[in-house]
Design a protein around this ligand. Sequence first.
Ligand code: GLU
Length: 376
Amino acid sequence: MTRRRAKTDLAAGRRIVVKIGSALLVDQDRGTVHRKWLDSLGEDIAALRGRGREVLIVSSGAIAVGRRHLRYPDGHLRLDEQQAAAATGMIRLAHAYQEVMAHHDLTVAQVLVTIGDTENRRRYINARNTLGTLLRLGVLPLINENDSVATDEIRFGDNDRLAARVAAMTSADTLVLLSDVDGLYTADPRLHGDATLVPEVGEITADVEAMAGVAGPGFGSGGMVTKVAAARIATGAGCRTVIADGKPLHPLSRIDQGGPCTVFRPQGTPLTARKRWIAGSLMPAGTLTVDDGALKALRQGRSLLPAGVTAVEGAFERGDAVVVRDAAGREVARGLIAYPAGEASRIMGHKTREIEGLLGYRGRDEMIHRDDMVLV
Ligand code: GLU
């Protein structure tokens, strides 16, 4: 933890996830979107895009908008009422984002996810691929929890954590949590006049967690505790995390201009973190054997294509971890496979362009993509 830090350059990030809390975006009494604020955020996002950066938005606010539109009374809503509110509010929210970003010729795509989509590897790999495709097309993904179908037990419940999972899933290198506080304080500043903003956190120690624990409600529901938990997920995935006050107009350029915030430093890069995860924490569910040509390609950092695979063993599903062996049976790599075992057997030894004829659908070109593989 340090008291000083260099200016925070958001554009140092290549892929940036921006999380927006309900309170910033929605007039809680009227259930309408703060249009002027959203316009200013849109300008900031367009500026980042203009500098070649990829941006994903994780936005709350669906329930806040929907509950007013449906004229629910104040106070706690039942789960089904919250879900009805989310369904009603999300379409309005998405519309507002779409209108604002259209001024900058940017297309917005709505992606609603549940916790299972980031935990179950089959769905994880799908969600990751879809978001990757949208980003390659220059589209701005607008992500929220799929509140209308998620049940209590499988809900994220807070979008800070959802945003951190999205950052990890997409190998983003920067996560910005825009909230209603400047960042992490050494103690609750409302109770302790001498509390100071912590500009930078190198490691999330017990001391850092204790600081978050004392910053109570009003500092957002779930408040600083969930933000630090989100920072732990994201930094562990190689993504620096910035907590900043989003209330003023142009909240992102304000950070760039040296506005107050807390920056949590990442552990490694997204790629090293992802590779560490693939190499270390996943139990392989099968084995692929590859020929010498494929082995050479892997060593040059290329993906594994079906053509180079000579044998498939094990009962694995799409997205599972598998071991890659050379012709002599030596382990040469580990990776997440893009096809289930039966389909992998059918396409092995075949050219990529033959996949569709063999399987009846056009899957990924690679058996294991290079980003999903670690050489051993
Ligand atoms: N998904 C909820 C909504 O859009 C918000 C959850 C949160 O803010 O953490 O209303």
